[in-house]
Design a protein around this ligand. Structure first.
Ligand SMILES: NC(=O)c1ccc[n+]([C@@H]2O[C@H](COP(=O)([O-])OP(=O)(O)OC[C@H]3O[C@@H](n4cnc5c(N)ncnc54)[C@H](O)[C@@H]3O)[C@@H](O)[C@H]2O)c1
Length: 352
């Protein structure tokens, strides 16, 4: 089950895999990029990284910026990295995005390997070749499409991940399952977040990565099909900005959980997606995620954020919706009244 594609592997034997890669490839130098939490909890578990120079950043999204990228470039320069060197990005999405960006631009591109250590990065951020940093309050404004040389995933590294972050990554897995098939949906529905079975989790991570890859491989530069992965995200992005403006930031995955509920409702409005399934899916998500109060009087503000999102052309709000589980429909426009209804649907659920 471990090998998902030529260069993506799920394994509890990261050290052995690294040794194999180091023997096959002729790197002149090897470096590690990580953050303080991962340096404390995960780095000591990978013996073969012990001797390489490591650049350790302060954790957090606010450090995914050009200043930190500059520090990584400085670190590489001071250590005389060349185009034949390797950077190993060990961490969550902040590290894989930042490290991928720094490596893909250093000397016009050096190789990098992602070893993701959050659930979100294992099933999403480390896969697919998008790298980048935030710039002037815009997320991921500066970046590249560059594939990592390898992605090595060890689900056991998640044992020290705080639960809130685990759950946030799980929202993306629920999205992948709904994009994939009724079988994947039934499987994910039977996962117990409160009592994690790591063998079962490994299977779910495997399926989740396969779904992401399915879209990435057909459309690596996000011209059309890859947009399916935006399911749940139109409303999620607006809510992330809305809660940030209210100085009550929520995690991206927490916003995705709300977005999935609202957009599955929109899928029923637009494509008659079976309403019993709408209820089943929203009940599962509500059971596992906190509920947020989104007052009626703030709907206009949320709609206005949506119409100003750079992904929504010509004032229309663009959605990926589902005809059925496993049947995404990209580039769907929804009316303002339908969007409001979908927020009301979430509101009613969250007040129960
Ligand atoms: N490139 C893509 O396709 C893509 C896709 C989705 C998200 N992203 C990006 O991913 C980022 C979010 O990633 P994230 O949620 O992994 O956040 P993160 O990298 O900030 O990690 C979350 C927290 O968990 C800590 N941590 C990581 N692994 C740990 C472990 N094993 N044990 C203990 N603590 C650990 C980190 O230090 C951090 O505090 C965002 O910047 C987002 O834009 C990118």
């Amino acid at each position: 089950m471990g090998q998902i594609s030529e260069n993506i592997l799920i394994t509890n034997e990261i050290d052995a895999q690294l040794q194999k890669i180091f023997e096959q490839k002729d790197f002149d130098k090897i470096f590690v990029l990580t953050d303080q939490n991962v340096a404390q909890h995960v780095l000591p578990l990978i013996g073969s990284l012990a001797d390489f120079p490591a650049f350790i950043i302060t954790p957090g999204e606010h450090n995914k910026n050009l200043n930190t990228a500059t520090e990584v470039w400085q670190f590489l320069t001071q250590n005389k990295a060349s185009r034949k060197s390797l950077l190993i990005n060990l961490g969550g999405g902040v590290i894989t995005d930042l490290g991928g960006f720094a490596a893909s631009t250093y000397k016009r591109g050096m190789a990098f390997i992602n070893i993701p250590t959050t659930l979100l990065s294992q099933v999403d951020a480390a896969i697919g070749g998008k790298t980048g940093v935030n710039f002037h309050n815009y997320k991921n404004l500066v970046g590249t499409f560059t594939q990592p040389l390898y992605v090595l995933v060890n689900p056991l590294f998640l044992k020290t991940l705080p639960f809130q972050h685990f759950r946030a990554g799980f929202a993306e897995m629920v999205k992948h399952a709904l994009l994939s098939s009724p079988t994947d949906w039934q499987l994910i529905k039977s996962f117990d977040l409160e009592n994690i079975d790591y063998e079962f989790l490994k299977t779910l991570i495997h399926n989740s990565i396969k779904t992401k890859l399915h879209y990435v491989q057909q459309d690596p530069y996000e011209k059309n099909l890859r947009k399916a992965l935006n399911f749940g995200h139109t409303i999620a992005h607006a809510l992330e900005t809305y809660f940030l403006d209210r100085q009550m930031p929520i995690l991206h995955g927490e916003a995705v959980a709300i977005g999935l509920i609202a957009e599955i409702y929109l899928s029923n409005q637009k494509f008659l997606f079976d309403f019993n399934k709408v209820l089943e899916i929203s009940a599962f998500i509500s059971k596992n995620f906190p509920s947020y109060d989104i007052p009626y009087q703030d709907y206009e503000q949320i709609l206005s954020i949506m119409t100003h999102d750079k992904k929504n052309a010509f004032g229309n709000v663009n959605f990926t919706l589902l005809k059925d589980i496993g049947e995404p429909q990209i580039n769907q426009v929804c009316s303002k009244s339908n969007i409001i209804e979908s927020l009301n649907f979430y509101r009613q659920l969250s007040m129960r």
